[in-house]
Design a protein around this ligand. Structure first.
Ligand code: ADP
Ligand code: NI
Length: 197
């Protein structure tokens, strides 16, 4: 298959990443994006490759975006993707991030964006949020300072369910969003020790 080399490349780039954007995140996004595509359609190979590569040129994990962009272009050409396919893949990975506030144009991109967002929800989304906060030396919670991990739930995570692009993504997000809400409420009860009353 064309994409074997891509797994190796992504693993080499994201290995040891400590903020929840590691190789296993890329593999989960690939897997969930494929599940969504089974319902929604789209070109599976483009979806898998874009899911695997989606965080490699993120500022959080890469120092020189220009160099990394060239590396990816060469890799995709070596893997026999056409110029048109490469343009499509870059449109996806350049527009997927929540912070940029964009939506990729293609169905494939919308599916990968949904899969990335699903990994920010649920039990793993919770784990990733606190891993990120720990790496940045932030406290779990601080009512007087927004630079804390729990604040990320209000700032971003609870908004994601309304930003899903596909029906299937929205359906998957419901259950994971419920888990977030449950965690948040129980966390606050324990914070104030009222769970023990
Ligand atoms: P995107 O790649 O969509 O722009 P981010 O890379 O900002 O999203 O976030 C991906 C995940 O990293 C979040 O869902 C969360 O788990 C963690 N994360 C990012 N920013 C923060 C933050 N400020 N506090 C806690 N966790 C964060
Ligand atoms: Ni991601």
């Amino acid at each position: 298959m064309k994409i074997d080399e891509i797994y190796k490349y992504v693993e080499s780039r994201l290995k040891g990443e400590g903020t929840g954007h590691d190789y296993f995140h890329a593999l989960r996004v690939e897997n969930v994006a494929t599940m969504i595509a089974n319902n929604e359609g789209g070109n599976i190979e483009i979806i898998k490759v874009s899911a695997l590569l989606h965080d490699v040129i993120d500022r959080k994990v890469c120092d020189d975006i220009e160099v990394e962009t060239k590396n990816i272009e060469k890799l995709l050409l070596d893997c026999k993707f056409t110029k048109e396919e490469i343009i499509l893949i870059f449109d996806i990975i350049n527009n997927i991030s929540y912070s940029k506030g964009n939506v990729p144009n293609s169905l494939e991109g919308k599916i990968v964006q949904d899969a990335d967002r699903l990994d920010a929800l649920g039990m793993i989304g919770i784990a990733r949020t606190f891993a990120y906060g720990g790496k940045k030396n932030r406290p779990l919670y601080d009512e007087n300072n927004n630079a804390n991990s729990l604040y990320h739930f209000d700032e971003k995570l609870f908004k994601l369910i309304n930003l899903m692009n596909t029906e299937t993504g929205r359906k998957y997000a419901k259950n994971r969003n419920e888990k977030l809400k449950y965690f948040y409420d129980e966390f606050m009860k324990e914070w104030n020790s009222i769970d023990l009353l």
